[in-house]
Design a protein around this ligand. Structure first.
Ligand code: ZN
Length: 395
């Protein structure tokens, strides 16, 4: 359940809170990505130590491996991975449309082959809700059709019609799942506890076409969701087009529901989107870059493999108090990456997740004290000089 606490007077930025049965999430907030029930190289204790409040996991990957039965037997995803905070699960729509092979889109669902071993799956809006219920997700996402960029208007319109139809069916399945202890999928026994505290978010699609985005918002609001995600952005379109699409979309969303921008982004994207009224984000950017040797710091990007760090005995970020910055030097981190030691990947991942948690905390503090517009400028001043290539590969 979302509560709006304060609106910024200079921008559309919002301060709020999402209450879930696994804890509260202060917004704006960022979700590290735990694709396959793990935020790569980090333990749940690591995540908590740097202030992470919510993580994202992914129904597509978990459906393929380890599969529903293993997680159900473990007592749900929280117990399986030992994370007791809130979890949002993506429906897998994005992965089905970007990773899976031999995809056949039908009006009742999608048939695809696993990108891992070629085994066949058929998912429907209902089966994906059912699976997310097995996972015990605090926030579930509807199944949607993700179109590429660029995409012709005619196809974007057909895909949107299907996405809206799937959203309606997802909502019906969600209500059924909340009110019932039985399940859609016949392969598993009934017996889930009646728990009405999880939420379902709709996903606004429509490519970069303002008319379709507006239509999508209207139709989703008519169906009614606990929150609204904006999907299909940061998929290759120019940055300005992404912001323009946000401009025509975000203000149409209800004030009293969470707004989630999927798969975005860099520090500059985050402050730009917050200033347009977005509440939550997820992206592989901090963890994937960490594993590649790129750190986000209060002074900008640091490429730790660079030879200039070889004799630098200062902290990675002197303004950060994470385990990496408190205890290790740039010289040591440079060495770890040069000799391919796994500890290097872990320490930079930890630092980057810490940087993002602190970035979001500072955004919240600045909205609270009315200085968000200045804080946004300070982030843009640092990070616009060092554009990070958007990572278009799927999670
Ligand atoms: Zn640090």
């Amino acid at each position: 359940m979302y509560t709006l606490l304060k609106k910024d007077k200079n921008t559309e930025a919002r301060l709020g809170k999402i209450i879930t049965s696994h804890g509260e999430v202060d917004t704006p907030n960022f979700m590290p990505v735990g694709t396959s029930a793990s935020v790569k190289t980090l333990t749940p204790q690591d995540l908590k130590s740097v202030g992470t409040q919510i993580i994202l996991s992914n129904a597509y990957h978990l459906l393929l491996r380890p599969g529903a039965q293993i997680i159900e037997n473990a007592g749900g995803l929280h117990k399986f991975m030992n994370w007791d905070g809130p979890i949002l699960t993506d429906s897998g729509g994005f992965q089905v449309f970007s990773l899976a092979q031999l995809r056949k889109i039908k009006d009742d669902g999608v048939e695809f082959q696993s990108h891992i071993d070629g085994s066949k799956y058929f998912i429907t809006p209902e089966s994906i809700i059912d699976f997310q219920k097995v996972l015990g997700s605090d926030i579930m996402m509807v199944l949607d059709e993700c179109i590429p960029y660029p995409c012709e208007h005619d196809y974007a319109k057909i895909a949107l019609k299907r996405t809206t139809d799937w959203a309606r069916r997802s909502k019906e399945a969600f209500i059924f799942a909340k009110e019932s202890t039985t399940r859609y999928l016949p392969c598993r026994q009934a017996g889930a506890s009646r728990d009405t505290r999880y939420e379902l978010f709709g996903i606004v699609q429509g490519g970069t076409y303002p008319d379709l985005r507006k239509q999508a918002v209207k139709e989703l609001i008519d169906i009614g969701f606990d929150g609204y995600a904006i999907g299909g952005l940061s998929v290759g379109e120019p940055t300005e087009l992404m912001y323009e699409t946000l401009d025509v979309t975000v203000n149409l969303l209800p004030d009293d529901k969470t707004r989630y921008l999927m798969g975005v982004g860099t520090p500059q994207d985050i402050v730009e989107a917050v200033s347009r009224g977005i509440d939550i984000f997820d992206c592989v950017v901090p963890t994937r870059n960490g594993r590649n040797g790129t750190a986000f710091t209060t002074e900008g990007l640091v490429k730790i493999r660079n030879a200039k760090h070889k004799n630098d005995y200062s902290a990675l970020d002197k303004n950060c108090d994470c385990e990496c910055c408190k205890n290790y030097t740039r010289s040591y981190l440079n060495h770890l990456f040069n000799v391919n030691e796994i500890l290097g990947l872990r320490l930079l991942s930890l630092h980057n997740v810490s940087f993002y948690a602190t970035l979001m905390k500072n955004i919240r503090c600045s909205i609270e004290d009315g200085s968000f517009i200045d804080f946004k400028k300070s982030i843009l001043d640092i990070y616009e000089k060092q554009p990070l290539k958007r990572d278009l590969s799927s999670i």
